[in-house]
Design a protein around this ligand. Structure first.
Ligand SMILES: Cc1cc2nc3c(=O)[nH]c(=O)nc-3n(C[C@H](O)[C@H](O)[C@H](O)COP(=O)(O)O)c2cc1C
Length: 239
């Protein structure tokens, strides 16, 4: 069993490193994590700078056929490929799936774009969601049941409980549903929000400057705590 702590760090904002709030916060987590756990298990991917290609027809035909014939683990998919299009699509997919499987913590920086996640992240989500990619072939259980997922959102507005914009939040509920459905356990799924990120720069939002500063400080505190703890594992009696 590989016991080296492993972190897969993904950013998805198109915003550049300096002013990007999600990049600053994921970097804080990653720097702190590396201080505690070393650099050997660290992996970084910038989904905005190096976009994951949108799905092609071969991805769909391959996934659909395996779904009909009985899914197989990722290591056996290559043997089922039938043409160049499917081969190309699987070559684009497998490394991304393997990165997720290798990580005990997945850290995602996610700006809110048009009330949801950016297309750069959605492209990654679509590609890794290959049939049975995260299913244990022996037990049928999710291979991500012990994976910790830390999602850092940055939003220009405020979407907290009871706010007028709460129903517009199609980012956090979507990500909760997605990773929950993949098999990430509720206690291993963390959403950390930095809200009103544009308040200090926009005169129209000046009244929210203190709220924004409080939200950012709380996000930093949460991330510092999460980065210095290790993912929760089931007790041996329950495993
Ligand atoms: C294309 C685009 C769409 C955005 N849409 C929204 C939105 O629907 N709701 C919102 O609250 N903020 C929205 N914003 C503001 C961003 O969520 C905010 O600036 C956030 O801090 C961006 O993350 P970053 O600082 O990591 O780049 C949008 C920004 C951009 C560039």
């Amino acid at each position: 069993m590989n016991t080296t702590p492993s972190l897969l760090h993904l950013d998805s904002t198109a915003g550049p490193a300096g002013p990007s709030v999600s990049r600053q916060l994921t970097a804080l987590f990653a720097d702190t994590w590396r201080d505690h756990h070393g650099t050997a298990g660290y992996r970084y991917r910038d989904l905005a700078a190096e976009p994951v290609p949108l799905l092609g027809a071969g991805y769909v035909t391959l996934g659909r056929r395996l779904g009909e014939q009985g899914t197989v683990p990722p290591a056996e998919v290559a043997a089922r490929v039938r043409d160049a299009s499917e081969e190309r699509e699987w070559a684009l997919t497998l490394p991304l799936v393997e990165e997720v499987l290798a990580a005990d913590t997945v850290l995602l920086g996610v700006p809110m774009y048009n009330f949801t996640v950016p297309a750069a992240l959605k492209a990654w989500i679509e590609r890794i969601s290959f049939p049975a990619a995260f299913t244990d072939p022996r037990t049928g259980e999710s291979l991500l049941r012990d994976t910790r997922v830390v999602i850092v959102t940055a939003r220009g507005g405020g979407y907290g409980p009871g706010t007028p914009r709460e129903p517009f939040d199609h980012q956090a509920p979507y990500l909760r549903a997605y990773f929950g459905d993949l098999g990430v356990r509720k206690e291993n799924l963390f959403l950390v929000h930095a809200e009103l990120t544009r308040a200090a720069a926009m005169p129209a939002l000046a009244q929210f400057t203190d709220l924004a500063a409080g939200s950012l400080a709380a996000a930093r505190d949460q991330l510092l705590t999460l980065a210095t703890t290790t993912p929760r594992r089931p007790t041996p009696a329950l495993a």
